[in-house]
Ligand binder design. Structure first.
Ligand SMILES: [Fe+2]
Length: 197
């Protein structure tokens, strides 16, 4: 298996999210990349004696999903800030699709923010189902629990406390969600949607 490399993100100064917050969060991302590679190495080594190490290997495979999705979800998240903040394009297919499904773009946004305040650590996701054409707001537990098979992630908002605790208290979750949207470069979700729709 090829080794996974830590990606670098050119994140500008953000509104409502400090440099320290982003720097601390990026360190956690780096940890996921490191552990994806470590687990892969360990499994390969233990597999030399598969019978003896069967339990260890199966537990590590479960752990692999946590680390791998931890890595990948953070890449979706940090990419959202690259470049600079850009408002959504009202002539873009994503805008029309959200409007068509939710009545108003703002209805979608309100719903997404409500999903994001779900109790427990995880991720608020906007995903596109290419089979039905539906756009779905949903919530992942941890990084790997509750992915909807075959859907493409359009927006990923990290709702683990580590994503905002440098700048906000747990009671200020809603302010963090606002900060995310204040900095989102909509070019990215629009590009992801175009690729998949
Ligand atoms: Fe995170």
């Amino acid at each position: 298996m090829k080794k996974y490399e830590e990606k670098k993100f050119a994140i500008p100064s953000l509104v409502g999210l400090s440099e320290k917050q982003i720097a601390e969060h990026l360190k956690l991302y780096a940890g996921y990349v490191k552990h994806v590679n470590l687990i892969a190495e360990n499994v390969a080594e233990l597999s030399l004696n598969e019978e003896k190490n069967a339990y260890l290997i199966s537990e590590l495979r479960r752990r692999f999903a946590f680390e791998f999705d931890g890595m990948r979800m953070h890449e979706y998240y940090f990419e959202s800030f690259v470049g600079r903040k850009k408002e959504y394009d009202t002539s873009h297919a994503l805008f029309f699709a959200l409007k068509e499904q939710f009545g108003l773009f703002d209805n979608w946004l309100t719903h997404f923010k409500t999903v994001a305040t779900s109790r427990g650590i995880g991720w608020a996701i906007l995903a596109y189902d290419p089979q039905s054409g539906n756009l779905i707001n949903h919530y992942l537990g941890d990084h790997e629990l509750g992915h909807l098979a075959g859907l493409d992630i359009v927006i990923a908002l990290d709702m683990w406390e580590h994503a905002y605790m440098v700048d906000y208290t747990p009671g200020e979750k809603k302010q963090y969600i606002e900060a995310f949207f204040s900095n989102l470069n909509w070019t990215l979700p629009e590009k992801r949607f175009r690729k998949t729709a």
